[in-house]
Design a protein around this ligand. Sequence first.
Ligand code: DAH
Length: 334
Amino acid sequence: MSARNSNEIEAQLSAVQQRATDDISAASSLDELDKVRVKYLGKKGELSQVLGGMGKLPAEERPKIGGLANQAKTSLQAQLDQRKESLQLAQVKAQLEAETLDVTMPGVYRIQGRIHPINSIIDQITDIFVGLGYTVAQSQEIESDYYNFEALNFLPDHPARDMQDTLYLPGGQLMRTHTSNTQIRYMENNQPPMRVLASGRCYRRDTVDATHAAVFHQIEFFAVDKDITFTDLRGTVQLFLEALFGDIEVRFRPSYFPFTEPSAEVDVRWQGQWLEVMGCGMIDPNVLKAVGCDPEVYSGFAAGLGVERLAMVQSKIDDIRRLYSSDLRFLRQF
Ligand code: DAH
């Protein structure tokens, strides 16, 4: 394109602008629009070509043409942007219309997992005690007589050792009957002060009924330090049960365990009756001695809770066997 004077260039500019404006509004897709942009504003586009003729103009006319060219460029760019936006909008709208959802179509069924009430209550209780500064410990389910009974101050002829109560293994080992073995194993390897929580499976030759299972879960918690008293135990149990259940009536009953002195059982009021949920007491001096801890210097409390019982209270379950029935209609309620 060649031009001899500024009038001619001006005319060319406005012709290019007019065509560009027409092409922009005619562009019906983003692709087309981009082609229009290149055609007019690209490096070798029509606008550049018109301006190429500027070199031949007298110097005093160049600023005027330069200004006009810039105006044309800005205006075309603005038109391009605007068109681009409306084309994009139209595209989204078309897509939305094309992809309407049929909400009456049957969905893809996915089975949703749930936390079992037993694991859920173990988690909740662990959280409460971790909040009180307790350490979480574990010990084994296959135990020796020493850790399950002897070090816990059970006399050699204690009835709990009977074949009736304890599941013995061929080599003389046994399935632990409670989580109290953790007390001995933990205290053997750690020095007071200590606050410890341990949960796990326990085993007994119990006849299965609505409140007994041969395999069940317990949580043991204990604290050993200087000057620990029964009041600390009471306060901890009360605080814990309130954290778990909110308002619930709690009762301490004197009891007996070989490994605590004094001992108590704790009941909660459940469906009009008292339900025993844990045993507890001050750790017997003989137990402290068994792990090399001086009972003249240290004292402690311990408690063991039946997890299933607590789950039953919390979830209003009437029969312990439901917890193991794997009946999904039942388990999905929680
Ligand atoms: N081990 C007892 C049981 O299985 C529960 C228990 C009672 C644990 C008193 C304790 C405790 O730590 O102090 O029945």
